[in-house]
Design a protein around this ligand. Structure first.
Ligand code: CAA
Length: 386
């Protein structure tokens, strides 16, 4: 029985900062960001957008198409948790008015947890092939202002359903995975920005890739030539390029662009989406590939600092294009509002109150749902007027 991704939807905030603007403000050559890091824009969530509203907006498009019928579990992957107890997915369950018969849980292991969720979802579907699981990954990448990480911020969510006989990508059973207890990137509970040992994090990312790939290749008997395209976890697009250059030693620039270029388009514009990043790359590839990928095998590498890496693969299914939300994704990215540097800093400093009082947040542009305020330590979500 084939099990995999049946439908997939991507959402990012309606605002962005061009990295040229950031470069100018920080006195840096813009080419460092555009070429050296490989990023052009970063998605910036306004005060009334958070991981719940982004997740709900991504999943709402699936609901509109009837894709959520038969969903018996929602696995919510994030490292931008909003509560120590209640799963962020419970709020999404509420605003989307999903059926009560639904298991809801939140998973965490930095940017890796959506891949853990995918594997767990496959297990649930294998036990009950007529059921579906909704996996959502939603994150806000936030570093200290003026730090080396600042240009690699971003935000976004991907929602996908996992089912038997999937329409988009059947996941292969083989996988290589690797864990190591390291401190390359982390966020203590008392901070709202991540801490990172930047250069070290890039080395650990590569080490975990090499170990995962070695295992995957031994288990599957496949070599790099068996893949039509590759999707990587994308903290910034140059990281994905460097990662592939490590595996495919001596690869030409043209061939590198051919096998990963389409997967990097959305991330160059949305920035790091942490747990969602690999799946933003998958959406970008499927939406932008001119070549028909029907029957082609895609290699995927998931990495979460701390750290866990996994290399796995999937085969694109016949007729996959009809299941995609390509125009919605393109319109979303094309319709965003550019921020000035001052607006970016003002939004950055807009903190969520922690005193348990009553607050109503200003209305910005969002998707169908917004984080409208706080009342008695409770987050309040509402339908947005759009
Ligand atoms: N024109 C063109 N290129 C330029 C340039 C210019 N004017 N100036 C600099 N560059 C190049 C540099 O040569 C360098 O390229 P190489 O890596 O090929 O040598 C590149 O731009 C970056 O320059 P620096 O190395 O000087 O950049 P930095 O030290 O200021 O920051 C970083 C880079 C450490 C990755 C930083 O962005 C960071 O800390 N980011 C957050 C951590 C991160 O994303 N880690 C990735 C792995 S961990 C992970 O994947 C999990 C996750 O999601 C966070």
């Amino acid at each position: 029985m084939k099990i995999g991704i049946d439908q997939i939807s991507f959402y990012t905030a309606q605002y962005f900062l061009d990295l040229k603007t950031l470069a100018e403000a920080r006195g840096v050559d813009p080419e460092k960001f555009y070429t050296g890091i490989g990023q052009e824009k970063m998605g910036i969530p306004p005060p009334d957008e958070d991981v719940v509203t982004m997740a709900a907006s991504a999943a709402f498009r699936l609901k509109e198409r009837g894709a959520l019928e038969g969903v018996e579990a929602m696995l919510f992957a994030t490292e931008s948790g909003i509560d120590q107890s209640k799963a962020a997915g419970m709020f999404v369950h509420g605003v989307l008015e999903l059926p009560a018969r639904c298991r809801v849980v939140e998973l965490k292991q930095a940017c890796y947890s959506a891949t853990a969720a995918l594997r767990m979802a496959m297990g649930l579907v294998a036990m009950k092939p007529k059921s579906k699981v909704l996996v959502i990954a939603s994150d806000i990448a936030r570093y200290e202002l003026g730090s080396p990480g600042e240009s690699t911020q971003g935000c976004g969510a991907v929602a996908f359903t996992v089912s038997a006989d999937p329409r988009v990508l059947a996941i292969d059973p083989e996988a290589g995975f690797y864990a190591d207890d390291v401190m390359d990137f982390w966020r203590p509970n008392y901070l709202s920005e991540a801490l990172v040992d930047g250069k070290y994090s890039t080395l650990v990312y590569i080490k975990a890739l090499q170990e995962s790939w070695k295992q995957y290749a031994a288990e599957s008997g496949r070599s790099l030539e068996d893949f039509a395209r590759f999707c990587y976890h994308i903290p910034f697009t140059r990281m994905a390029a460097k990662a592939h250059q490590k595996l495919a030693k001596g690869i030409s620039d043209e061939e590198l662009q051919r096998v990963i270029g389409e997967s990097l388009i959305y991330s160059r514009s949305a920035g790091n989406c942490y747990s969602a990043s690999l799946y933003v790359g998958l959406c970008s590839l499927l939406d932008n590939a001119v070549e028909d990928l029907n029957g082609k095998r895609i290699g995927l590498y998931s990495y979460g600092s701390g750290c866990v890496g996994e290399f796995f693969s999937g085969v694109v299914q016949a007729g996959y294009r009809a299941a995609l939300l390509t125009p919605a994704h393109e319109n979303l990215l094309a319709g965003r509002t550019e921020l000035t540097f001052q607006q970016y800093e003002d939004i950055y400093h807009y903190g969520i109150p922690t005193d348990g009082g009553e607050y109503i947040f200003p209305q910005y542009r969002t998707g169908p749902f917004r984080f409208s305020g706080m009342q008695g330590h409770k987050r309040i979500y509402a339908k947005a007027r759009i």
